[in-house]
Design a binder for this molecule. Sequence first.
Ligand SMILES: *[C@@H]1O[C@H](CO)[C@@H](O)[C@H](O)[C@H]1NC(C)=O
Ligand SMILES: *[C@@H]1O[C@H](CO)[C@@H](O)[C@H](O)[C@H]1NC(C)=O
Ligand SMILES: *[C@@H]1O[C@H](CO)[C@@H](O)[C@H](O)[C@H]1NC(C)=O
Ligand SMILES: *[C@@H]1O[C@H](CO)[C@@H](O)[C@H](O)[C@H]1NC(C)=O
Ligand SMILES: *[C@@H]1O[C@H](CO)[C@@H](O)[C@H](O)[C@H]1NC(C)=O
Ligand SMILES: *[C@@H]1O[C@H](CO)[C@@H](O)[C@H](O)[C@H]1NC(C)=O
Length: 491
Amino acid sequence: MAAKMEKLALFAWLLFSFCLLGYLSLGEADRQGDILFKLLMSRRSENSHVSHSWAGLDALNEYSSVGIEPQDGKMESDKIDALPGQPEGVDFDQYSGYVTVDQKAGRALFYYFVESPQNSSTKPLVMWLNGGPGCSSFGLGAMTELGPFRVNSDGQTLFRNDYAWNNVANVIFLESPAGVGFSYSNTTSDYDKAGDTTTAIDAYTFLVNWFERFPQYKTRDFFIAGESYAGHYVPQLAYTILLNNNNTNQTVINLKGIAVGNALLHESITLWGIYDNLWTHAINSDETYKGIHKYCDFAKDFFSEKCSDFIRQSLDERGDIDIYNIYAPICLDTSLKNSSNGSVHDFDPCSNYYVENYLNIKEVQMALHANQIIWTHCRDYAWTDRPVTTLPIIKIIMASGVSVWVYSGDTDGRVPVAATRYSLNTLKLPIKAAWHAWYTNREVGGYVVEYEGLKLATVRGAGHLVPSYQPERALTLISSFLQGTLPPSTP
Ligand SMILES: *[C@@H]1O[C@H](CO)[C@@H](O)[C@H](O)[C@H]1NC(C)=O
Ligand SMILES: *[C@@H]1O[C@H](CO)[C@@H](O)[C@H](O)[C@H]1NC(C)=O
Ligand SMILES: *[C@@H]1O[C@H](CO)[C@@H](O)[C@H](O)[C@H]1NC(C)=O
Ligand SMILES: *[C@@H]1O[C@H](CO)[C@@H](O)[C@H](O)[C@H]1NC(C)=O
Ligand SMILES: *[C@@H]1O[C@H](CO)[C@@H](O)[C@H](O)[C@H]1NC(C)=O
Ligand SMILES: *[C@@H]1O[C@H](CO)[C@@H](O)[C@H](O)[C@H]1NC(C)=O
């Protein structure tokens, strides 16, 4: 009993310190990683919800056909005239709106879709997913990472991201699952049922209906990319697509590849990666590192008291840094500033506050065809199901011939590159092209190794949200992924 209380107290304490950092100094976006860490810790007390295989695998095996609603005229009505405060000279089309994924429950997912300025009809289609679970792909992914615009520090106007991924693809940002951002359900008990399985099925239903709304994309090369907890969403959605492509009555989706960045692939291995990374990057002491290695067994369901003590010590030693990008400045002033001169070359660590202000402006919500709500970056879910690892599903996807890329910003402390390497090394894949530097703009952009069926690339100087701090390197990397080539190996 006493031991159990200790565990609960530690959990509450971790929760408190992470939320505190999340809200007061690091900015809302970082809750994507905070929620992820909380989830890793929560496994200790909610073991019954966690299994080694994905329950969804079985659920989806018996999965028949999804409902397709008529979509006539909806593409036209989803077209955005202009976003309030957008810069002059916007040369591409933008769409946003809702796709109903369950008519009876009244459940609908919100998307933002940007076409490519040039030759959009021959460029591939990419779906982007942020993690959490429960964080917005629109607020984070589109507005602070890879979308065409970022929000100025005035919280009202936008500036152009020259390295937006719609330079090379048509990009859908999906707020998933229902309850995140503008996505909702009229049956609010749906929020308590959210988990990996319902998220994958809803995202699949969204896609099938979205292709009816945008039929010109039905046969287009399709890719799914995402970061953090999307290490679950992306492979699970890909697997759902492959399964349903085999059902002759279902729309065949032309899935070509998946990419996951700083992704949760295996829970206990990720915890080892986190603590080893804190030591190798001189954030934790020798004593803490040794203590964690001596007393912690992350594969077990509960931490020992000694292990808990060292985890607490690790946090104390860390100080107030941005664990999602350990060398980056932190947000020291969360207020709006009076300037409209933001630059993609100079990432502002307070960006999330500007985004939150912008997306809560009535005219912005109207321009987006969104419900008038108080929009937030993340929702906290109880989260009903998840496997301890998505590597088995990734292996199935690799075997199906779909291209699989794993990338990692190498200054992230939340899902550090060590966690990714430890996880992938368990697959024992043969090497096709040995580890080497890749280049962009005459500088090393990172390192890449090609395994049989999977490529691993790092992005030098990028944190958890890779395109925020290294937009040019991220664009080079994703262009290579879409073209099916390794990034340039010479300057
Ligand atoms: C949810 O309820 C509102 C109000 O009745 C309705 O306008 C809306 O269409 C419903 N949403 C869905 C997805 O059915
Ligand atoms: C667009 O496609 C045309 C025809 O294939 C090609 O000549 C042109 O260079 C392309 N433009 C861009 C910007 O990719
Ligand atoms: C789809 O069908 C093919 C051919 O029967 C099979 O090899 C493959 O495993 C199936 N894919 C999935 C995801 O079930
Ligand atoms: C496909 O649809 C037909 C007619 O609706 C139905 O009879 C058949 O069972 C369906 N097949 C599958 C594999 O769902
Ligand atoms: C912001 O700048 C505008 C134009 O320069 C000025 O009129 C306004 O008073 C400023 N607002 C604040 C809060 O400084
Ligand atoms: C924008 O202007 C402010 C005030 O003039 C200045 O402090 C800031 O450095 C500028 N930001 C950029 C990205 O140029």
